[in-house]
Design a protein around this ligand. Structure first.
Ligand SMILES: O=P(O)(O)OC[C@H]1O[C@H](O[C@H]2O[C@H](CO)[C@@H](O)[C@H](O)[C@H]2O)[C@H](O)[C@@H](O)[C@@H]1O
Length: 280
């Protein structure tokens, strides 16, 4: 007997509840995808120390036995697997991880990574960036070189927003000259190749898994295309639920999400609630 009150609570809106009900009715024909930073892992000053929250991984481990799961992240696939410890979690043997906004892939089932070569233009920008940044006189800004993307972080600067504003114009200009795409995020400006986003990545996975319902959880601007994908899939008859992991830094997703939870800890509670509803 389905627990309607619990389904409604976890779904947030009537559309969201329809997707949660579909997950309860037939989980193996659904897909739940999650962003990494700010959703599974708390935001910290050093990206290399952004480990997944144990409570989130524990909840995913419970869900993984019945519900197809994916992580879709801006991180390189290898980095996200390492920070999440995703290659050694019972229950996540069929997890799919799409890295670099869907360009890279790791399948837990085979342990194989698919990592196309780094674009030349990104390598050129990465070589130029140290000089560009030192010319701007921003000592606490640092570069995260992800091979096929470079991210300029300002979280450790005295005024992160002001530092971002200083960098935005020259970085946008050079990215445009090189035919690259600028991806803004939480105290970060990332430059990567155009032509791929999390919405395209999510849609492709939904098709691959023949999912009849989809869930997506995100926290930042790079997740908006995935929210849009869920919204358009709904119009095509696939039930969908969007979950916003909120922060004081970014409110854009909360305005359009079915479910709003404050940061990774509360998202982990939501995942645990879903696992319980699915009898896990
Ligand atoms: O798609 P995501 O998994 O959300 O990755 C987006 C970017 O996340 C990382 O930066 C963010 O998290 C850092 C660690 O907590 C934090 O220091 C930074 O301020 C945040 O913007 C990551 O470092 C980027 O490469 C990702 O693109």
């Amino acid at each position: 007997m389905p627990d309607t009150a619990r389904i409604n609570e976890l779904g947030g809106t009537s559309e969201g509840a329809r997707a949660v009900a579909a997950m309860v009715a037939d989980p193996s024909h659904c897909l739940l995808a999650l962003d990494f930073d700010g959703v599974l892992a708390p935001i910290v000053p050093d990206p290399d120390q952004a480990y997944a929250l144990p409570a989130a991984i524990a909840a995913l481990s419970r869900l993984g036995g019945v519900l197809p799961l994916a992580v879709i992240t801006g991180r390189p696939a290898r980095t996200a697997v390492r920070l999440g410890g995703l290659d050694r979690v019972e229950g996540l043997e069929r997890l799919v991880l799409l890295g670099q906004y869907g360009v890279e892939r790791w399948d837990a089932e085979t342990g194989e990574f698919s990592e196309p070569p780094d674009p030349e233009e990104v390598r050129q920008l990465a070589a130029e960036l140290p000089e560009m940044l030192s010319g701007l006189g921003l000592p606490d800004v640092f570069i995260e070189d992800k091979g096929r993307a470079v991210a300029v972080h300002t979280r450790r600067a005295a005024d992160p927003a002001a530092a971002l504003a200083v960098i935005a114009e020259p970085l946008t200009r050079r990215a445009t000259e090189l035919g690259l795409h600028l991806e803004p995020g939480r105290n970060v400006l990332e430059v990567r190749s155009p032509g791929q986003d999390k919405g395209m990545a999510l849609r492709a996975l939904v098709a691959e898994k023949h999912a009849r319902a989809v869930g997506y959880a995100g926290d930042d601007l790079g997740d908006i295309p995935a929210f849009e994908a869920v919204e358009s899939l709904r119009r095509e008859g696939i039930a969908g639920v969007t979950v916003a992991s909120t922060s004081d830094e970014q409110q854009a997703l909360a305005e359009r999400a079915d479910v709003v939870r404050r940061g990774p800890e509360r998202v982990a509670d939501w995942l645990a609630g879903l696992a319980e509803l699915l009898g896990r």
